[in-house]
Design a protein around this ligand. Structure first.
Ligand SMILES: [Zn+2]
Length: 283
């Protein structure tokens, strides 16, 4: 499932084709994904110019010159593909439509942006830009981990009364936006915090230490995604998926990479999801 760095990579990859460009035509090939599409979606997109491509948590936001914003969520398996690159850096022939190509944006600049989602947990909606923050998908989301309101004071307060394991608390999108299973495992590994510890039992110092680690882990992943963009677009035009080197996630049984630790990575299940951590050095 894409997490914040993957979504940010998708956003950056879409900018050359979409930002500042007009949607000549939108094909909406089914009435819904996870939820029904908004009324008259194809007509509301056709002829609109994308004035800005932003991101909030795991949502890509395309502001349109008509005062609406298109909200895009990739869900579990959503993929965005660009063909016919307008900058001429790469040449992709437009591929034949595939089975799960649910929405296709034909840009006036010649680019074609396709949203493909086999499992259909993704979502798209249109809402007024000036009330976007009140949209039901956006409103409950906590602060952006790379934004200014997410800091040590905030996180200490947010976790002070949480009676859940720290891993569960960091996955809670009300606490911080965009963190998912993979990056929470990496963050707690780097912080040497045992993921089963109750959030409220951690010292303020240890909670504070999480803030720069969360920023670093996400920033490094975004950088890795950025460096992969070109390769991926040359390969098949698909955005947002790249090889990452994880230290904990999906490394059950591997030797712990923490210097001087002799432990190995274990897997447990918390709230129905796999947690990877080192029981020796994560305390
Ligand atoms: Zn270890």
């Amino acid at each position: 499932m894409p997490e914040l760095p993957e979504v940010e990579t998708v956003r950056r990859g879409l900018i050359p084709s979409m930002q500042g460009h007009v949607i000549m035509r939108a094909d909406v090939n089914r009435p819904d994904l996870r939820w029904p599409f908004p009324d008259n979606m194809a007509a509301r997109l056709t002829g609109a110019k994308v004035t800005a491509l932003r991101r909030r948590s795991k949502y890509v936001l395309a502001d349109l010159d008509r005062g609406e914003t298109l909200i895009i969520h990739l869900g579990m398996s959503g993929r965005m593909t660009v063909s016919g690159d307008p900058l001429g850096q790469f040449h992709h022939d437009h591929p034949a439509a595939a089975k799960h190509d649910h929405v296709v944006f034909h840009m006036a600049n010649g680019a074609r942006v396709t949203f493909n989602d086999a499992r259909r947990f993704g979502a798209m909606d249109l809402t007024q830009t000036d009330t976007l923050d009140d949209h039901w998908l956006i409103k409950p989301i906590g602060p952006e981990p790379l934004g200014n309101t997410f800091d040590e004071t905030y996180l200490i307060k947010a976790l002070a009364t949480r009676n859940t394991p720290i891993k569960t608390a960091l996955l809670d999108q009300h606490v911080v936006a965009g963190l998912g299973n993979i990056y929470v495992c990496e963050v707690l590994f780097r912080a040497r915090i045992n993921p089963t510890r109750k959030a409220k039992d951690l010292s303020k110092k240890r909670v504070a230490s999480l803030v720069p680690i969360i920023r670093d882990v996400l920033t490094e992943a975004i950088a890795a995604g950025g460096s992969s963009l070109k390769d991926y677009r040359q390969a098949d035009g698909e955005l947002g998926y790249f090889q990452k080197a994880f230290q904990a996630y999906d490394r059950e049984g591997h030797i712990c990479q923490t210097p001087e630790c002799t432990g190995s990575i274990a897997r447990i299940v918390q709230s129905g999801r796999s947690t990877f951590y080192c029981p020796t050095c994560q305390r």
